[in-house]
Write a protein that binds this ligand. Structure first.
Ligand SMILES: Cc1cc2nc3c(=O)[nH]c(=O)nc-3n(C[C@H](O)[C@H](O)[C@H](O)COP(=O)(O)OP(=O)(O)OC[C@H]3O[C@@H](n4cnc5c(N)ncnc54)[C@H](O)[C@@H]3O)c2cc1C
Length: 662
């Protein structure tokens, strides 16, 4: 019998048989997580229990399995927590209770609990150090081994289990002074700012837009992200996902306000300010958002920066991945021009591994540091028979050829795209635009689980892309050329590492899609073939340490090449960070983020917020599907000035809380 509570749709007392999986309780009985949020962990056993992460949802409910996962059956409490819960703060919450319960008879419990609490408080206030993690382990060990009763022995459990399973979250508090869940008030300016991977000051630029001060607003945006017009079109808007207004009616349409603001200034040349020369050279490999952002920051801070780009165009996946109907090339070019105006030289058709080596950069060209920002451009293979048949084409290669003006002939052809992310959806929509008679999108999970944005999937469907869910290709059939793709229907089985149910094939449930072209788009990895092989002859993976440096001294890496396929704004955030570490390395100092970027500002409110309480979220117009599905014209239209300014005033200005706190 468990008391199921927390962030789960059905709360209450549940009686379950021993051996049922944790995931079955959360999803089948509990009805899953409200508001489409992601499950983060399940805390079992009451305040002295532990947290089991979403990656262990197959854990059977029995005494031994729960103990092995770092939790306990305990009092039968089962609290579900989602992505908005800070695990450090949660551990502190339980610890506060347990420490107060100590009777004080034995020292390990009386003093240990208090000391642990001090450490956690430090971390949640951004004062923690990595040594604190060792301190937690040491204190927990002593308390568990030498306390007199179970209270003292188990008090450290929530802390221990969260450090074990959510170490990255502790490290974000310690190293980046950031609370990923946006809960630790000392570290959070406002939820939107906290959730933006580039840390853009959203409330400040919304406020300035509301007053019609577009150039000032854009200047605020550019302090942390130079690609406002691009992100105003393609950003998944993490800020909107956390916007407090969303809990009342609908989040502020931040992305669309941003686009309006950036478009007002797009034609005005921006020349970023530069510090005096530091007399050092940095080479950046790859002109995607990560590389260009790093290059811009380093140029602004006085370095001589050359960006080497393998392709004949700059922009990375913004140029050769995201199609024109979402991101017109003139918008991209205008924002790249700003980077060049900061003094950054971009050398096109210059490929590391083909045209030069890392050693040449360091020794011949005298570079003091190198940033690898080569993205993830190598498609994963389907690993099924017939994959080498004529008519199977790589998704990134396909989109790149279209972007560079060499589209394959698809008129009248039937195309199947495999995958559920941005690349898959864009490949299918591009195929339609190139005249394909049919475009199928085959995805092994359900619609809700597609990594692509829901609006993009809806748009693809409206344009005629046929969606096949819970289906996976098993063979590509044809006599030399592709004639059909065999698919197997899937059912959702046990939970996988990501906390989602794993699709498993249904034996015998097969169907053939008669198609001429198959485009696998099931993920990309960095192409490291051009990098110098390690001593063991293997290509180096782009693994980095806490300062974003690879195993080669002075060689740093950032963006998709490190994180795997992500988003433009995440690449920008990576570019900012890697620049900070390169600067610290070259100056022989500790990185100090607060010195490199202006402080967040809390601007005065100049209007009556109540007047906007019932204004509904603005919606940008778009070309109707029948008018857009055969060309690459931009689909989404900009908000009008009046609507953009009104939308900006829907912001609840959570940052004002900050001023109150100070
Ligand atoms: C089809 C598609 C749609 C997408 N849609 C969106 C979206 O809507 N919103 C969003 O935010 N994100 C989207 N993304 C993701 C986003 O574009 C990427 O996450 C982002 O561009 C990654 O930036 P990056 O700088 O790390 O790498 P990239 O943008 O990939 O840039 C890497 C650059 O390095 C160059 N390079 C590689 N190897 C070498 C070498 N050896 N020498 C020299 N240069 C080299 C490449 O040519 C490339 O120009 C999409 C991606 C794709 C593929």
């Amino acid at each position: 019998m468990f008391a199921l509570s927390g962030r789960v749709n059905n709360v209450g007392l549940v009686e379950v048989p021993m051996g049922i999986s944790l995931g079955d309780i959360v999803y089948d009985i509990g009805g899953g997580i409200p508001r489409g949020r992601k499950l983060k962990a399940v805390q079992t056993g009451g305040p002295l229990g532990g947290c089991i992460p979403a990656s262990l949802l197959n854990t059977p409910i029995d005494y031994d399995s729960l103990t092995a996962a770092g939790a306990t059956m305990g009092s039968g409490g089962m609290i579900v927590v989602d992505e908005d819960t800070c695990m450090v703060e949660l551990a502190k919450f339980f610890l506060t209770f347990a420490a107060a319960e100590s009777c004080g008879q034995c020292t390990p419990c009386r003093v240990g609990g208090k000391q642990l609490l001090d450490v956690l408080t430090r971390i949640t206030e951004g004062q923690g150090t990595e040594a604190d993690l060792d301190r937690i382990e040491e204190l927990s060990h002593v308390m568990a081994e030498s306390s007199l009763c179970a209270l003292g022995k188990l008090t450290p459990s929530p802390v221990r289990s969260t450090v074990t399973h959510f170490r990255d979250e502790y490290l974000a508090h310690i190293r980046e002074k950031r609370c990923p869940a946006g809960k630790c008030t000392a570290l959070v300016h406002s939820r939107c700012v906290n959730s933006c991977p580039a840390g853009v000051d959203v409330p400040a630029y919304l406020m300035l837009v509301s007053e019609g001060k577009y150039a000032e607003a854009l200047a605020v945006h550019r302090e942390r992200n130079p690609f406002a017009a691009i992100c105003g079109r393609v950003c998944p808007a993490f800020c909107e996902q956390k916007c407090r207004r969303g809990e009342i009616d609908a989040p502020v349409a931040v992305r669309q306000v941003k686009r309006f603001m950036a478009d007002q200034e797009l034609k005005n040349p921006w020349t970023p300010e530069r510090m005096p020369s530091k007399g050092k050279k940095v080479a950046v490999i790859g002109a995607g958002p990560a590389g260009l952002t790093a290059a811009l920051r380093l140029a602004q801070w006085g370095y001589e920066v050359v960006v080497h780009e393998a392709l004949p165009v700059a922009g990375g996946m913004m140029a050769v991945g995201i199609p024109d109907y979402r991101l017109p090339k003139d918008v991209l070019r205008a924002e790249i021009e700003h980077i060049k105006r900061a003094g950054v030289e971009i050398r096109l058709n210059s490929r590391l591994g083909r045209d030069f080596t890392l050693e040449q950069l360091m020794e011949r060209d005298g570079c003091d540091a190198v940033v690898l920002a080569i993205g993830a451009h190598k498609d994963r293979r389907l690993r099924i028979s017939g994959e080498d048949r004529e008519g199977v084409i790589s998704a990134t290669g396909f989109l790149r050829d279209v972007a560079l003006g060499n589209p394959p002939r698809l008129e009248g052809k039937r195309v199947a795209v495999v995958g559920g992310g941005d690349t898959a959806v864009d490949a299918a929509r591009t195929a339609i635009r190139l005249g394909a008679s049919e475009a199928h999108l085959v995805y092994r999970r359900t619609r809700d689980e597609m990594p692509a944005l829901a609006e993009e999937v809806d748009a693809a469907e409206a344009e005629g892309v046929r969606l096949h869910f819970l289906a996976n290709p098993s063979a590509i059939i044809g006599n030399g050329r592709v004639e059909s793709m065999r698919c197997v229907r899937q059912v959702l089985g046990e939970f996988d590492e990501s906390g989602r149910r794993k699709p498993v094939p249904t034996p015998g449930a097969e169907f053939d899609l008669e198609v001429d072209v198959v485009i696998p788009a099931i993920g990309q990895v960095p192409d490291v073939s051009g990098l110098a092989p390690a001593a063991d002859g293997q290509a180096r993976a782009l693994a980095v340490d806490a300062t974003m440096m690879t195993s080669l001294p002075g060689v740093f890496a950032a963006g998709d090449a490190v994180t795997g396929p992500a988003t433009v704004v995440e690449a920008v955030g990576q570019g900012n960070r890697v620049a900070l570490f390169v600067d610290a390395y070259l100056q022989g100092k500790q990185p100090a983020p607060e010195k490199m970027w202006p402080d967040y500002r809390v601007l005065d409110l100049t209007y009556e917020m109540e007047a906007y309480a019932s204004v509904p979220r603005a919606k940008a117009g778009e070309l109707p599907p029948e008018a857009r599905a055969r060309d690459f014209l931009e689909i989404e239209q900009a908000l009008s000035e009046e609507v953009a300014r009104r939308e900006a005033r829907r912001c609840l200005r959570c940052d004002l809380e900050r001023r109150k706190a100070e």
